[in-house]
Design a protein around this ligand. Sequence first.
Ligand code: ADP
Ligand code: MG
Length: 696
Amino acid sequence: MINVPEMFGELVFNDKVMKERLTPEVYKSLHRTIGRGKPLDLNVANSVANAMKEWAIEKGATHFTHWFQPMTGITAEKHDSFISPTGDDGVIMEFSGKELIKGESDASSFPSGGLRATFEARGYTAWDPTSYAFIKDNSLCIPTVFCSWGGEALDMKTPLLRSIEAVNRHAKRVLKALGNEDIKRVISTVGPEQEYFLIDKEIFSQRKDLIYCGRTLFGAQPPKGQEVEHHYYGAIKPRIGAFMKDLDIELWKLGILAKTEHNEAAPAQHELAPIYTTLNTAADHNQITMETMRRVAEKHNLVCLLHEKPFAGVNGSGKHINWSLSTNKGQNLFEPGKSPKENAQFLLFLSAVIRAVDEYQDILRASVATAGNDHRLGASEAPPAIISMFLGDELTDILNAMESGEEYTENEKTEMEIGVDVLPHFPKDTTDRNRTSPFAFTGNKFEFRMPGSALSVAGPSTVINTIVADVLSDFADKLEASEDITRTLNKLIRRTIREHKRIIFNGDGYSDEWKEEAARRGLSNLPKTVDALPAQVADKAVELYARHAIFTKKELESRYEIQLESYCSTLEIEAATMLDLAKKDIIPAVNRYVTELSESLVIQKKAGARVCIATVTEQDQLSLLFDELYKSTIKLEEAVSCIPNYKNDIEAKARYLCDTVLVRMAILRDTCDKIEESTPADMWPMPDYGVLMFDI
Ligand code: ADP
Ligand code: MG
């Protein structure tokens, strides 16, 4: 029997372990650092490091590593062993406070977008004591931030921590103005639902596109796709079940609250959702989860695909970021209250999110823009590239009533109480039915559904926190200056609804009517990464991030460059892989089949028998398609050979790849898929969609 409570967190240097292993003074001092961001004294650091080392060695660790999240989207680590020579040919195991707190790292192999000139190759990592250290593969992993020597953030965690502080600061101000004097902290909470595909390793290894690009570049639709929606929540196959069981155990040991595992809509697609936790930890945990998924899959002779769109024609994979704010006393600020006062507070915070999402829709959109996610957003399975907010009919009615309130009474006080008295509790099932909304209020939290499955939680969460902090800071200014809080609060809510209600949409986000309606409302529609990314470096964004000290202009520009570079290299690799497959595998295979058909015709004619119409037709059609295939391969090859080598104009290069290369890739794929449909399975040079998605 597995003793889950005992196993849970056994590889984590968590609060319980700290209490056991640190002296009360050291423990207290560390807590002050964690809770209030006070700098850690070196003596304390030495004690903590020593306790960590002793504990880690008992758990079998021999190394330690600063574990960080560069802008590659995955995590990085550099391992050092604990050994230190004793001078008499022996070693002892050592780990100092200095080594715990700060590490030097050769930053030159990580993307920096021009922040770090090459001669300045060093960066440093610094311990983030707000996230627990843990053990992985015999290494003590210490969560850290990663910066250049100039102090610029080179990672995902630094801005995330800054945004957590920003929203804390301004939410606290608002709460205080509303009379909650005793709130010490406002905490951002996140529960990320993670979608993924599992396919057989043997089959995977026969697909170069999956190996190099993580997604299929060719593939005709199988006779059965996801039309028959019985996979969703369907019975889990034994092999998948064994994987999920193993995965849960690995995650639990790492203190990750893996909670639900189920099948998703597409064949071979699954989802894991943890129980929510504080944002910084949730982001770290999601990185570890993705990594663990890959590793555990290998053990089961499976491959875990985290790409946003591994297969055309079936759903892609998302990462739904469930986000909320709660006080240090455990009050969820997006939980509708039981009294008018609590409800007023709830509606004010809700208004802040409405305004933030509307005002900064383009920045929010940009936060999920990647080459892979472009295949997902706007397809009729994932949220459209247009940002809108779902609130549900009840809440929308209440807000509308509040907005028009002015017209039927002059006494704002009673009016507001009328408005909020009727505020019902929102059971989840009445608010969560709309699955097409990019940003949905789901009863007591928001669910941002646009992020792709491979994306770090940190990026979009940094944006949500920052934009909400920005609006809250404006609300706080007004409330702090007000002489009649109720009146000001009422005004703020009403004004927000009047000015920002265009962002609220409770209908079908997949429909064409919505696209037209959204255009009428003036909402931005940025379907592609190249359209979406520039918002991140526009003046509005620069000012927003500067106001809250999240990013400097330089940091923003470097990130923009890194994202464009990453976009370009993804597309370049895909185009090259496609050409490789077309020229070395597909064209020769089709050629063999065409030859076979011709030979068969010759034989039939020679034999003097009646020539089969089937053979003639097949040969005719195929040779036409074969010409097409050849032509579209050449066309793509030409496009690739003309990829501009703009060193200084990465935008133009990305634009070219999007408008020319990607378009020709689609044409080539289309022709190929048609040919695949009429080629014998044993002559096709790679496993088909049916095998990929159903043979497991
Ligand atoms: P769904 O129907 O979308 O699958 P779930 O109830 O399973 O919804 O919740 C999805 C995620 O939302 C879970 O990870 C859950 O822990 C998380 N969640 C619940 N409450 C909060 C909250 N207050 N803050 C952040 N995440 C939350
Ligand atoms: Mg969900």
